[in-house]
Design a protein around this ligand. Structure first.
Ligand code: C5P
Length: 231
């Protein structure tokens, strides 16, 4: 079962304080992207594609020798995450068959535990649609709306028993995913969102909180602590 991975890393990361794009933020002595690659560049994943902005000058300045022969940068990132993943898939299709599995993982999730990746692959490889790592919501969730004075107010409470947080990796057949991203009519912020727009229902595989998404400056310190505990 050929298995590939693709990491979109062409974002500007404006919510994270710092002068460089989020994927190159320093974490445990390496760029955050290095840790995301390390987490996904494990057997049975054959090859990892990293999608970079066409004007990226930072990637080539870092040391990627730990992944020699398995890591391939593609300078075809787009204006949105969807565009970056779609462009990357089209470029990767030279080496990937439509039926091969593709794991799409965020550069912003540097702490993916190996056991979560193993569960995702084990539970999804026999699935007809594909699947994603996700986490049942622990907090109470409110839908909000601004009042006339611009103050955020609670509109209603959601039933959290029905809510899960989508994580990455997200695992789909490369051909189906490319088709879904190309056809998606409504904006999507993950791959599953495009598959859902085809009327398909991706499987949820329970992940863990360690696989946090680094978005704000304080998330970097949490990610550093998680990585330090593993060493
Ligand atoms: O912005 P956000 O944190 O949701 O980005 C998630 C992932 O998508 C990051 O790895 C980011 O680099 C990537 N991305 C991209 N191209 C964009 C926007 C985001 O590859 N235009």
């Amino acid at each position: 079962m050929p298995l590939f991975a693709l990491i979109p890393a062409a974002g500007s990361g404006t919510r994270l304080a710092g002068e460089r794009p989020k994927q190159y933020a320093a974490l445990a002595g390496k760029p955050m992207l290095w840790h995301a690659v390390r987490a996904i560049c494990v057997p049975p994943v054959e090859h990892v594609f990293v999608v970079l902005a066409p004007e990226d000058r930072a990637f080539s300045r870092h040391d990627w020798s730990a992944f020699a022969g398995k890591l391939e940068p593609l300078y075809c990132g787009g204006a949105t995450r969807r565009d970056s993943v779609y462009n990357g898939l089209v470029a990767a299709m030279a080496a990937v068959d439509a039926d091969d599995w593709m794991l799409v993982h965020d550069a912003a999730r540097p702490c993916l535990p190996e056991k979560d990746l193993e569960s995702l692959i084990r539970e999804t490889e026999a699935d007809e649609v594909g699947g994603i790592l996700a986490l049942p919501v622990a907090e109470t969730v409110k839908a909000v709306a601004k009042d006339e004075a611009g103050v955020q107010r609670i509109d209603r409470s959601e039933d959290r028993a029905q809510l899960w947080l989508a994580q990455t990796p997200q695992m789909f057949r490369a051909g189906l995913l490319a088709q879904a991203l190309q056809r998606a009519k409504h904006p999507v912020t993950d791959e599953a969102g495009a598959i859902e727009q085809m009327g398909l229902k991706p499987r949820l595989v329970a992940g863990s909180r360690e696989n946090l998404k680094v978005t704000y400056a304080e998330d970097l310190a949490i990610a550093a602590a998680i990585l330090a505990r593993r060493r």
